[in-house]
Design a protein around this ligand. Structure first.
Ligand SMILES: Cc1cc2nc3c(=O)[nH]c(=O)nc-3n(C[C@H](O)[C@H](O)[C@H](O)COP(=O)(O)OP(=O)(O)OC[C@H]3O[C@@H](n4cnc5c(N)ncnc54)[C@H](O)[C@@H]3O)c2cc1C
Length: 389
């Protein structure tokens, strides 16, 4: 009964309700039983990839001619909310595998690249990664220095990528490199690289991640990896457009995933405060607790409304960077506040992995950083509002 207040269902028509329930059932059946264990054990669960493939989730947004289901942007948002509510690792995996890799190939790849890789990426028999970030090129991707030097009829890659999700387990990578550092943004070119390959070293990121501990994050070091000229995705010098195309799709998934995290924090807090008694009555009967729950619910709906607005405008062909920036900024920051509140409402129990909220609190931090930090989203909005460059 109470769940109806935070689930999206009552705002959806019957076919979208059925769609949301389909993904929710998948997440509850296949992801929920492992979500805590993969985080605690810091293991990437490859079986989940096959299960996502079998359930049609990896190909969901892709065109039918590639084996996808042509999900609308609203369906993508609903799917990522459902996955995000249960397992941030899996939601993040899907954003990379489908949003950044498969959709980029469907949009910018050659027919041969699509034929070679899309069936496996959709079925979950192949894993993809997206190599953009470097030690000295994070928010400012145009300063990347990974270099593709002309060699024979193709190129040789030199440089390093860091923080690459799926980097250690991927069978194929989209790697961004410059063919001429003097050309700045116009030199950036995307290359499709089957892995493993000679002269590429992959290693886990040093240290222990704050969250997303059931994901694979790797460094990729290129010491002259040879790539043929037909490995280019989207044309020489088109890499920046390819990267931004991927990120526009990915940022909506991150925003929708944050709505899922927010919802899970609220659901856990409602259940916990109803059951836990102090001073002779349930915590939920204290007004100060109620005020916090009410704020979490209201901000959840505000975030979802902005994500759905983005989805609906995208479906209508309206692409405005400020829409994407607003949705990512609002949803991830609101979810971060909600998870913080949820930990406090759980008291000492919120501080233990025996309850889900500490994982939500840790996982949400990455959503404020990757695919453009919150400050970068603010600078996109500020540029849209002013004449500042
Ligand atoms: C879990 C995780 C998974 C990731 N997966 C991938 C992946 O699959 N592929 C990939 O390529 N990358 C990936 N990344 C990297 C991610 O995209 C970058 O971390 C992100 O873009 C920020 O870059 P940075 O970490 O170098 O921070 P920096 O750019 O160094 O920023 C540090 C701080 O300075 C602020 N800042 C930077 N520039 C400005 C400015 N102009 N004005 C105001 N503030 C500014 C930022 O907001 C931030 O607060 C991942 C990161 C994480 C944490």
């Amino acid at each position: 009964m109470t769940a109806a207040l935070w689930l999206p269902d009552s705002d959806l028509d019957p076919s979208l309700q059925a769609f949301a329930r389909r993904i929710r059932t998948f997440a509850d059946t296949h992801l929920a039983p492992h979500a805590r264990a993969i985080d605690e054990q810091r293991t990437f669960r490859r079986e989940s990839v096959r299960e996502l493939g079998k359930a049609g989730i990896l190909g969901g947004p892709l065109p039918e001619r590639f084996g996808g289901e042509e999900w609308s942007p609203l369906q993508v948002a609903l799917a990522h909310e459902e996955l995000g509510a249960v397992c941030g690792n899996t939601r993040g995996f899907c954003a990379v595998q489908t949003g950044l890799v498969a959709q980029c190939l469907a949009r910018f790849g050659s027919a041969a690249q699509q034929e070679r890789w899309l069936p496996g990426l959709i079925a979950g028999t192949a894993i993809g990664c997206f190599g953009l970030t470097e030690p000295d090129a994070g928010s400012d991707v145009t300063s990347l220095t990974t270099h593709a030097r002309a060699q024979g009829s193709g190129y040789a890659l030199h440089g390093q990528k860091v923080w690459i999700t799926n980097g250690g387990v991927a069978d194929v990578a989209i790697v961004f490199a410059t063919i001429d550092p003097q050309r700045g943004k116009d030199g950036i070119t995307a290359f499709l690289l089957p892995m493993p390959c000679a002269h590429l070293t992959r290693a886990p990121m040093p240290g222990v991640e704050l969250g997303h501990r059931g994901s694979d994050h790797a460094t990729m070091t290129f010491a002259g990896c040879e790539v043929p000229a037909d490995a280019i995705v989207g044309g020489i010098g088109q890499g920046f457009a390819v990267a931004m195309g991927g990120l526009a799709a990915g940022r909506m998934s991150v925003a929708a995933g944050a709505v899922g995290v927010h919802r899970a924090a609220l659901a856990a807090s409602v259940a916990f405060t109803a059951g836990r008694q102090q001073f002779g009555k349930p915590l939920a009967h204290f007004q100060m607790i109620q005020e916090r729950l009410a704020d979490m619910l209201t901000s959840l709906h505000a975030s979802r409304a902005v994500v759905w607005r983005l989805a609906r405008r995208r479906a209508a062909g309206i692409e405005v960077p400020a829409d994407v920036a607003m949705a990512k900024l609002l949803a991830t920051e609101a979810a971060a506040r909600a998870t913080d509140e949820a930990v406090q409402l759980h008291g000492s129990r919120g501080y233990s992995s025996a309850f889900p909220v500490e994982r939500l609190l840790r996982d949400i931090q990455a959503l404020r950083i990757y695919e453009g930090t919150s400050l970068i989203q603010k600078s996109i909005l500020a540029r849209a509002l002013t004449s500042a460059k």
